[in-house]
Design a protein around this ligand. Sequence first.
Ligand code: FPP
Length: 263
Amino acid sequence: MTPPFENFTGIVEPGSLEARLLARLDPHKLPRHVAIIMDGNGRWARQRGLPRVKGHSAGIKAVRATVETSVRLDIPVLTLYAFSVENWKRPMSEVNTLMELLKEYLRKELPEIQENDIRFHAIGRIHELPRSVRRELRHVEQESRFNRGMKMVLALNYSGRAELVDAFNSLLLQGRTRRVSETEVQRSLYTGDLPDPDLLVRTSGEMRISNFLLWQIAYSEIYVTDVLWPDFRSHHLLESILAYQKRERRYGGIRSRSLQGAR
Ligand code: FPP
């Protein structure tokens, strides 16, 4: 395998689907930020006659595969939507299981996070999460704070509208009385120091944004796959990036060829 995909050498079998997808990827057009709505855990479990929570625990394998592949690709930022403000409406037992899974994931994954130089950060109304979850989150954030590799962002108790409200309130609390600019609002978001997602992936086929990164995805390319989150693996991520690379991003402008024609 030629650089810059050399991180896959010895990991990906020559001739495999992943190897073929990597060969088609343009290393110079990788997204700087990939955001993912991990959906379909419940349906995955139902299809197997299992309780919904089994779908969530199976979803952790997909999280691992996605993080690992993003690191190997040198994607600078990966944001995963793990728990929304609206998810509190689910049965208490399901919410509790999600919180336990999250703590277990953080405890088990810290060595991998360190080994892969990942800088971990949680966004959302973190102060409303149970104390034991906050403690694990803070621990991983603290331990990984000097890492220089991929930024892994976990959206927890997150809502795009709540994020905007929090951003405006933080501006008000700073004593802001004059009009604010787009840059000031952007910097006040939870993601104020991150580039906007270039690619937004949603699994399980639903054509919805579900209150995720509402401001930040203004010009993101959206990729929806029917694959249920627990089945999502490295090659699915590579497929989404390949689809992204085929898109023509215009940011409200017109195609460069048309532009020449208009001159
Ligand atoms: C949506 O599927 C998924 C969630 C609400 C939780 C996502 C959690 C995980 C992937 C596991 C834990 C994550 C980490 C990072 C440790 P759904 O339950 O809404 O599925 P459905 O639409 O099929 O019911």
